[in-house]
Design a protein around this ligand. Sequence first.
Ligand code: ADP
Ligand code: MG
Length: 289
Amino acid sequence: MSYETVYAIASGKGGVGKTTTTVNLGTALAQAGERVAIVDADLGMANLAGFVGLNPDSTTLSDVLAESASVDDATYRLAENIVAVPSGTSLDDYAETAPEQLRDVVDELRSQYDAVLLDVGAGVSHETVLPLGLADAVVVVSTPEPAAVHDSTKTLELTERAGGEVTGLVLTRTRPETDVSYEEIADQLGLPLLGTIPEDPAARESVYAGTPLVVHAPDSPASAAYRQLTADLAGVDVLNDRPDGGSESGSGSGTPPADDSDASADATRDSEAQQDDVSSAITEAEAER
Ligand code: ADP
Ligand code: MG
């Protein structure tokens, strides 16, 4: 395990796979024996709870940031070695939060867990910038789409201004028939390519099941890619150390890949990057340092 504890999973554009990456990186780390907390720091568009089958009506990070609950109250055990801190999904919850308090929450979790993964909101608002400066390592997530790649440069800029450090790029929803080189995309951004996650219908199915992809369909291509990413990023052995005793080549009990005929349907569910005032967000983030 590397010595970096707090990871921010960030992107310029919304809907590129940040929450999917947070949940599956976290779960794969837990499967490798690390004690992990995954945190929904996407305060405006919180949806991590649904990915892991939690009820967002319970006590959440929003209550902690509104100073009406403790971090412990908002921490839920998901499986062995992994807990989640979900956020509230209502606009009222959001309105009452004081994102500055996130620093204390992160400090507390840092002292309790081997790895803390922050699922950060897209865009350039205050609560997006803050976690970038609190993390030891920012992981930028993008699809190979030019618009998403372009928006990644905003995340790089914001991370620098927030005093954080970008570790590298994860490209998600990659397709075999594409003619762009993923290394070239990473080069364009001046980042190491940490991993690529293929387009895989099992990703969406796992959300409907409320179960992390690497548990729901461990033998799917995207699950294998998430385990590889976890091994490469954190230096842990997840590839031959699966809970079911399976290996990458084993037959396992995963869901067989399904027909991908309506893959475009989720494009409509993808959230748009919030376009808040850049300069005020940055000023506030700098004041936090
Ligand atoms: P973000 O948190 O960046 O908004 P999500 O993780 O919520 O992105 O993913 C957006 C949508 O894309 C979801 O419907 C999710 O199921 C789908 N998705 C994510 N990764 C993949 C993948 N590798 N293959 C297919 N669909 C994916
Ligand atoms: Mg998300």
